[in-house]
Ligand binder design. Sequence first.
Ligand code: CP
Length: 303
Amino acid sequence: MRHLISPLDFTVEELDKLFDLANDIERSPAKYAHAAEGKILATCFYEPSTRTRLSFESAMLRLGGQVLGFSDAASSSASKGESVSDTIRIISSYSDICAMRHPKEGAPMVASEKSEIPVINAGDGGHQHPTQTLTDLLTIRSMKGRLDNITIGLCGDLKFGRTVHSLIHALVRYENVKFIFISPEELRIPEYIIEMLKAENIPYEEVVRLDNVLPNLDLLYMTRVQRERFFNEEDYIRLKDFYVLDKAKMELANQDMLVLHPLPRVNEISVEVDQDPRAVYFKQAQYGVYVRMALILTLLNLV
Ligand code: CP
């Protein structure tokens, strides 16, 4: 039995197979419409979500399986003090696979140690978001045609952004990837990630201004400043509109630069950018369904 707790739980070769499967599902969905018949996915979400929870549910339903779960800790027995370990023991006898989101870093890993079914980390605090990373990699591979030889700018909340942390860990395994970290001083990328890049001789730059680096990027990964991760409202208000990608800024970028965002967005990408063919964040969310379908089939040994 396998779990997905970190983006490194799959080798690069396994990821290639997973993405091939996701692309095949996109091309021929009818072929997979009954692939998970009789199987149940549990979604245990202790934190709010639109995309991750609903794309998991959509993925299982499109595979012919069924879903159950909760979308709020307050409506589960966590509100009475039940531990994640006890909850997963129960969920193991109600379902065949579980996607779990939790505000505490490491909670899905703790659950996986007590689980009798595959556990998928659907985001744990500011730590990791491996299925968002699968979504991001599939989007880049499908729309850019490669995962190597890229310069990627990551912009916004690089301190608390779990999508950013997961994506960096995944991308360092590909050849000739350069990172440009664009953030205010207070939201810089954590030191442990910088240490990892230094140890592996991976090129990176840290900058504050987006405009200066835009012309050098193959990919721009925008992120939201996350109100829920701040300890005080004043700091959040001061930093929330630090970056706004608008039409004028897009003119500084290459014609083939893609703009990704894990979403939800607040103000960091102006809605006028949505019409730009380089803005692929809504298509990216769609890839999230295909890759989660491929992941469910893989972890349930149905392929
Ligand atoms: N990208 C993402 O994790 O979105 P949700 O918080 O809506 O699931």
